[in-house]
Ligand binder design. Structure first.
Ligand code: CP3
Length: 348
């Protein structure tokens, strides 16, 4: 196996000592980069996901151009519902659409259970190709949606304002909902295991819609299945990160789901979270992504606030509190990365 030259990210995930705080950003392979848009002008999004050479190229762009300390494989959480038989389309400036959304137990029973080495082989090929091309420069992160977040898209058929359909589904057909969540937990676990086997050095689970649930419903419909996924991932030391947006009210439970790292959005204070769960897990986050619209002085000040809020010692991975927005100037991200690399030294 190739030795990883810059392994700060993995060390920080394991709370091992590092000489500075590592940084990467969610959605770093994306439209804010002109180099990404140049490729995206020629191919549609799903074709890019399904073509390992293109996926590898855009995965590595932010490593070359911005200097982040980890790469995250270019793909999407919705490749799983697509592989299970749902028709997926990315609608320009509107987001994803899944046709014929799930509304009944019969429909759940019609879904295909999948073998990641068959239906999602193109993702695994992208992972191994990217690994080869990275040639040990930085670690590679694999990812998947949580069962709850995937089910939300599968039932809503896309993004949503009020989440009426998914709420109707779980409250009126809880057995069907649990059946689907259980199936998704098995698939996500085997998919993440396959990504690790193909070369991913860490995996992140995105529970983007965990925060739309009440605390009790979160425990029942989301956390339970995240815990199941993590317990089933086949790994030998590769860290697992859970990013659950808007669930500050459940951080203590989240810290016991088996993840090594908890990703935080910007509504939480790193210092108080560290005091609460920092001896159990490492923390990732949590600059408000819109700070990257600000002048450099403000970016510097807010980056320092995040570093100071975590304080001294290992176990912090710098990131945004959610994905980078498509109209951010890449120079501002480059500035943030340089600031974190330079200023974080004194915290170690
Ligand atoms: O982080 C990375 O750089 C890796 C790539 C990545 C993408 N999607 C590429 C993408 C990752 C990790 C994701 C995860 C993802 N996809 C999530 C969870 C993360 C989160 O944001 O909470 C979710 C909810 C999705 C579903 C999805 N895919 C949405 C809602 C959208 C449209 C919204 C948007 O930003 O336009 C996508 C499309 C998508 N996924 C794009 C990219 C680069 C934009 C597609 C394009 O180029 O037109």
């Amino acid at each position: 196996m190739t030795q990883i030259k810059n392994n700060l990210f993995i060390k920080a995930c394991k709370k091992e000592p590092v000489e500075r705080t590592p940084i990467w950003v969610m959605r770093q392979a994306g439209r804010y980069l002109p180099e990404y848009r140049a490729i995206r002008d020629k191919y549609d999004f799903i074709t890019m996901c399904k073509t390992p050479e293109l996926a590898a190229e855009v995965t590595i762009q932010p490593v070359d151009l911005i200097g982040v300390d980890a790469a995250i494989i270019f793909s999407d959480i919705l490749v799983i519902p697509e592989a299970m038989g749902m028709k997926l389309e990315m609608i320009e400036s509107k987001g994803p659409k899944l046709y014929n959304p799930i509304r009944s137990v019969d429909h759940v029973n019609e879904l295909k259970t999948i073998d990641p080495y068959k239906e999602l082989k193109y993702v695994l090929d992208a992972v191994s190709l990217t690994k080869r091309q990275l040639n040990g420069r930085v670690p590679l992160i694999g990812f998947a949606g949580s069962p709850w977040t995937l089910m939300t898209y599968m039932v809503e058929g896309g993004g949503s304002k009020n989440f009426s359909e998914i709420k109707k589904f779980i409250y009126n057909q809880p057995d069907a909902a649990h059946k689907l969540l259980d199936l998704l937990a098995d698939i996500v676990a085997s998919y993440l295991s396959a990504k690790i086997e193909s070369g991913a050095n860490a995996v992140q689970i995105f529970d983007t819609w965990g925060g739309i649930l009440s605390p009790d419903d979160f425990a029942q419909f989301s956390l339970q299945y995240i815990t199941k996924v993590i317990s089933k991932i086949k790994r030998s030391g590769e860290p697992v990160i859970i990013f659950a947006k808007g669930v500050h009210y459940k951080l203590d439970q989240l810290a016991s789901c088996g993840a090594d790292v908890i990703g935080l959005d910007w509504t939480m204070n790193l210092n108080s979270v560290r005091n609460m769960i920092g001896n159990k897990v490492a923390l990732q986050g949590n600059l408000d992504p819109t700070i990257l619209y600000s002048p450099k002085e403000k970016i510097l000040k807010e980056a320092m606030n995040v570093l100071e809020s975590f304080g001294k010692g290992s176990g912090h991975i710098f990131n945004l509190g959610h994905g980078i927005l498509p109209d951010v100037n890449p120079e501002n991200l480059k500035y943030l990365v340089d600031v974190v690399k330079k200023e974080s030294v004194r915290f170690h």
